[in-house]
Design a protein around this ligand. Sequence first.
Ligand SMILES: Cc1cc2nc3c(=O)[nH]c(=O)nc-3n(C[C@H](O)[C@H](O)[C@H](O)COP(=O)(O)OP(=O)(O)OC[C@H]3O[C@@H](n4cnc5c(N)ncnc54)[C@H](O)[C@@H]3O)c2cc1C
Length: 587
Amino acid sequence: MPFDPNASFGKSLFFGEILEDQIFPYPQMPRDQAELVQPICETIDKYMADIDRARLDRTGEMPAELLASLKEMGLFGVIVPEEHGGLGLSNTGYARVMQQIASWDGSIAVTLGAHSSIGFKGLLLFGTDEQKRRYLPRLATGEMIAAFCLTEPGSGSDAFSIKTSARREGDFYVLNGQKLWITNGGIADFYTVFAKTTPDTPQQKGRISAFIVPRDLGGVTHGPHEDKMGIRASNTTAVYFDSVRVPAANLLGEEGKGFKVAMSILNHGRTGLGAGAVGGQQRLLQLAVAHAAERKQFGRPLASFGKVKEKLGRMATNLYVSESLCYLVSATIDRGGVDYSVEGAATKVFNSEALWSATDEALQIAGGMGYMREQPYEQAMRDARINRIFEGTNEILRQYVGLTGLQKPGEYLKGLGKELSSALTAPIKSFGLLRDYAVRKAKQSVPMQALPYGREPQITRAHPVLQEQVVYLEDAVQSLAAVCETALRRHGRNIVEQQLQVSRIADIAIDLLALCAALSRTSGLIERKGLEKAKNEISMTYTFYSDARRRVRANLRASTGRNNDESIQHVADAAVAAGGYENDVLK
Ligand SMILES: Cc1cc2nc3c(=O)[nH]c(=O)nc-3n(C[C@H](O)[C@H](O)[C@H](O)COP(=O)(O)OP(=O)(O)OC[C@H]3O[C@@H](n4cnc5c(N)ncnc54)[C@H](O)[C@@H]3O)c2cc1C
């Protein structure tokens, strides 16, 4: 069967199904895109080699000349369609460019990523022709820099609780409110702003709408540049909207549908962050390899010791899998896929954590030297840390992956019916919503064979040297479906409150998705290069398989009830009640 743009490979896993046609053969970047991207990457390398990254970090400022050079290189316009003056790169092409930039510097990558991945992505996805004609040419050149304004002092992960308001007055909306930690906040002229167009009531949260707010409307100001732990030269400020009169023509998408706009932007943009994490890992592996080869202890290079090899091997493996996952998802978007939110969130979680682990391991290989600020590891660690926090924290994204994945099995289990599935449709929005449903609906009313277990082999196109991995994957996907079913039966609508279980389900799915990506890519590489030349990729796939298998087994086991969920939450409650830690050997 051909690729189905409406199917979600990620969601199907929760249902015990592997949609082989969605991932085999592994997509290759089309030649015309590769030809566009290659010279951009070369230009980036040439330019970045002369940048004093340590100075950027120390001063926490992005010099005007540097921004001007990025504009000259066309880096603000990479995803703007050609007819509006940009390069019109595909999602994959853009991801590859972000990878290259992030392999040099986190602050520059975040500045450009906030512009393209989220700042004006709403305009591309939801803008009218008139809006695009008006703003895209200036966004492409960088004459206008874009920012995405969702977070507020009282509203981070709980995006639905924003307070910024937009009151309709004739042909205008009057915008009032404050946004916090906005990347490019102080240097942008184009803001995608989320505000409530109907107020909250005690019964119901107000509806959110999205707006294009150019700075020159008046009433837009920003706070001081935040003094951050990492990505210090990227501009992060509060942004204030004081009775800004926004023309009704600047509404982005439909009134009241702003939450969907925000989530679509974030879903679409996550491969940018995922690719940035690939670039970061590449650099760290390079640093670690150079040090391990050069540094001698006990008369031998560090790289000759098994425990150092283990670190390097795992860093390379995680990098390969991050890359495989990221470009599989970006290609899904490029092929017209519409349902990739689970895959995008999984990529963000997996890749940001792989990057974090790589910074830790590279620093460890460097030993005491790694701890010295003159070395690049300390900054790399500070820069990498943000990736687990912004664009949806990894905790929230795990809940998203788990609950969204559970939706389909939930629908299938008739006893849970429509009510559960509609609340699971928007899991972030619906924390607490399901509380109002009758738990009894979730009880054992559906026979176990309701879910379609016991299928024929579902992966037929992987190379035979990966047979063991394929057999395991097919089994594990069935186990995932079984765990989903058990969790839904046990908890019903209350599954939303079972965060530890949902997170385990998400972790199993993320590992299996990543394994699928690696199997597909490695099979493709074996086909193209032959077994001998693909030896390293095969070894990386074997390595990841055994790591993932260990984690999946532990998560499956813990899902059956053999876990410390209760005790650990009890300990947390006790710590909260005590205001910290009560024990003391002196007492
Ligand atoms: C450098 C930087 C740049 C940023 N750029 C932008 C930007 O350009 N635009 C923008 O709009 N925002 C931006 N942000 C904001 C960022 O998106 C938020 O910080 C992020 O969404 C988390 O929100 P919060 O900080 O309020 O944390 P909180 O929501 O308060 O969360 C704190 C912790 O609690 C956890 N948590 C919260 N709720 C739950 C729950 N229901 N279940 C389990 N765990 C939970 C979180 O995972 C997290 O670990 C930026 C932030 C930083 C630091």
